[in-house]
Design a protein around this ligand. Structure first.
Ligand code: NAG
Ligand code: NAG
Ligand code: NAG
Ligand code: NAG
Ligand code: NAG
Length: 352
């Protein structure tokens, strides 16, 4: 996992998106297939197969098999992913009550109470996204579901990162261990959603995650998996597309900070809102509210457009959810979270 010291993050595509409204009326692409595909010779088999989509199949299998997950007979990949998300959702109750116990035991230790309060808030944000992922999945909005699940991971990670600063009591150590399992579970769910998107619901066709580094671009995968894409996805802007907002330090730009451009973006947008962040170093932490849908960030390239954010803006660890947070996705690429429903390309993040 990432340490909080000076990370230089090279970010390509972080999270996938499509518009919730356009996705809502796409049918589940493969719903008619799953009757005769899954191997149900033993209850662990569907999980075993689905976990092949994870970067660490063993971790995925171990985390999932420790849970009482109920799967329908002959489960599709979608069923397993949904079960993983549902288990993650239930896990938030425990994670939150752990954080509450830390807060209750904090006494006058402000570092401890800050870390616990941040966790309560971050976990609530995470839970919100898991719920959104669960809602999007049966509607066939796989890209949305994956985006939400990925965002949830990062909020969980941020909570855990804050706790590492006050991890000198057993109650905190236990809370962190639980969070690690929860994050591993969520990461597994995200990987399954990616596989679902790429290979369809037949888990026997699932394989390890791929990234755009392998030439994998989600639009192509979505089209290839037979979901038919959709107008919103096909029109996803590529680097160089006309920007809705341009950010730079000079007077030629309307926005001088990334946050200002984010603030100017419409809420609940069903079409992409492109923010071009010109070459420069932006010392800010950016918060993208949940309602700012479909933001797309393009920089001028790795090492040219650099956003720095402090992980210790307040007093202990990750202080607030509007502090930029970092995490590690299921492909082990470091990436950042503030753009929780956004796509990011060609921007470096440098956080300390
Ligand atoms: C199911 O999986 C098991 C173990 O991988 C294998 O031995 C068995 O032949 C499979 N059954 C079917 C029907 O594919
Ligand atoms: C709280 O955190 C600050 C900064 O990390 C540190 O200097 C201080 O000693 C901590 N206080 C306690 C009570 O641990
Ligand atoms: C507590 O956090 C420190 C870093 O702040 C880390 O080195 C240590 O391994 C952590 N301990 C546990 C039990 O997580
Ligand atoms: C969580 O995942 C990490 C990285 O894959 C692994 O090293 C760790 O053992 C896992 N922990 C648990 C409790 O599953
Ligand atoms: C965006 O949607 C949320 C509910 O999802 C709603 O509360 C909010 O008012 C909407 N904002 C606008 C500007 O329509």
């Amino acid at each position: 996992m990432a340490s909080s010291s000076s990370l230089h993050l090279l970010v390509a595509v972080v999270l996938l998106l499509s518009t919730p409204s356009s996705a809502a009326h796409r049918r589940h692409p493969h719903a008619h297939h799953h009757k005769h595909k899954a191997n149900v010779t033993s209850p662990s088999t569907p999980i075993h197969q689905a976990c092949r989509a994870a970067l660490s199949p063993d971790v995925c299998e171990s985390v999932l098999s420790q849970l009482s997950i109920s799967l329908p007979p002959d489960p599709s990949g979608s069923d397993v992913a949904l079960a993983a998300l549902s288990a993650a959702s239930r896990g938030h109750q425990t994670a939150r009550s752990n954080a509450q116990s830390i807060l209750d035991a904090a006494g006058s230790d402000r570092n401890r109470s800050t870390a616990a309060r941040n966790c309560l808030e971050l976990l609530s944000l995470s839970d919100h996204r898991i719920s959104a992922a669960i809602k999007a999945l049966p509607a066939g909005a796989l890209a949305d579901s994956r985006t939400f699940s990925g965002a949830a991971e990062l909020y969980q990670y941020a909570c855990r990162a804050g706790l590492t600063k006050v991890n000198d009591t057993q109650i905190v150590v236990d809370a962190m261990a639980f969070l690690e399992r929860l994050t591993n579970l969520t990461t597994s769910a995200t990987a399954m959603l990616a596989a679902l998107q790429r290979y369809g619901p037949d888990t026997s066709r699932w394989g390890p995650p791929q990234t755009e580094r392998d030439g994998y671009w989600p639009d192509a995968a979505a089209a290839g998996s037979g979901s038919g894409g959709g107008k919103a996805r096909k029109s996803f802007p590529r680097p160089g597309a006309p920007a809705d907002a341009t950010v730079c330090k000079g007077s030629e730009c309307r926005y001088r900070s990334v946050q200002a451009a984010v603030d100017a973006a419409p809420e609940n947008s069903t079409r992409p809102f492109v923010i071009h962040i010109k070459e420069g170093v932006y010392e800010e932490t950016v918060r993208v509210p949940f309602e700012k849908t479909n933001l797309v960030f393009f920089g001028d390239g790795m090492g040219k457009t650099v956003i720095t954010g402090s992980l210790s803006a307040d007093m202990v660890g990750v202080s607030t959810y509007n502090t930029a947070t970092v995490g590690e996705d299921h492909n082990s690429r470091l990436f950042l979270s503030p753009f929780s429903r956004a796509k990011v390309r060609d921007v470096s993040f440098n956080m300390s």
